[in-house]
Design a protein. Structure first.
Length: 232
């Protein structure tokens, strides 16, 4: 078993969708996370990310070398101008996979958990080889809702998102306790040991490696993902 990545982060490589959306842009599915901070390291191509947050609407340029990150509650939508590729870092590894995301579907879909579940689902869970048009359909519905949110209603969206996800919060808490919380606690124990002159944990040092991604071409919200699991 490999050790978790530093700080219990998740990592994936993202090739952003390049097909056209209902408002004439090319790119991914607007959505937000409730507990996870997300970071982009742009490795190729160029594009932009549109955001809706407590600071209002913004559009940020993305080009090779750009590092951009945002906190929970930031609705984000990737725009692909040309072959945009990104390394994505997510806090709280395991939580995004457990559903820490809400897509910006129209309000009638958000208000109905069964309707939302049908709209967000992908065949085979989006596993590599799944027909990408299913991802485009849910993206286009989220783009429709995103356009409405730019005119107002962010607080109502937040309230609907919280209501949708309350049934799974115990599962999220368990994943956090086994992931990010455990990683932070390990550092506390190491600091206590060092203060006492105890170097025992240094003798347990080791190296972990992955030769490549666990999956290539999984359908994500923003594009095709090469994913690296946490092995726990």
């Amino acid at each position: 078993m490999r050790d978790p990545l530093p700080g219990a982060v998740g990592v994936s490589k993202l090739c952003v969708y390049d097909t056209i959306t209902p408002d004439g842009r090319h790119g991914g599915t607007p959505h937000m996370h409730l507990c996870c901070t997300e970071a982009y390291i742009v490795t190729g191509g160029h594009g932009a990310v549109q955001t809706l947050s407590g600071q209002g609407f913004a559009e940020h340029e993305l080009k090779p070398g750009t590092v951009l990150w945002f906190t929970p509650g930031t609705i984000h939508r990737l725009i692909n101008h040309a072959r945009l590729e990104i390394i994505v870092l997510m806090s709280n590894t395991g939580l995004p996979e457990a559903g820490d995301a809400v897509l910006t579907f129209p309000s009638d879909t958000l208000a109905d958990p069964d309707k939302y579940a049908r709209a967000v689902a992908l065949p085979n869970g989006g596993a590599p080889g799944t027909d990408v048009h299913a991802a485009y359909r849910r993206r286009d519905l989220a783009v429709e809702g995103f356009g409405a949110l730019r005119e107002g209603g962010l607080d109502e969206f937040y309230a609907a998102a919280v209501k949708l996800k309350q049934p799974v919060l115990d599962t999220w808490r368990a994943r956090w306790e086994q992931g990010a919380h455990r990683a932070a606690e390990a550092t506390r124990h190491q600091l206590d040991a060092l203060a006492a002159g105890d170097a025992g944990h240094l003798a347990d040092s080791r190296v972990s490696v992955k030769a490549g991604p666990d999956e290539v071409g999984r359908l994500g919200m923003c594009g095709l993902l090469n994913t690296y699991g946490d092995d726990r």
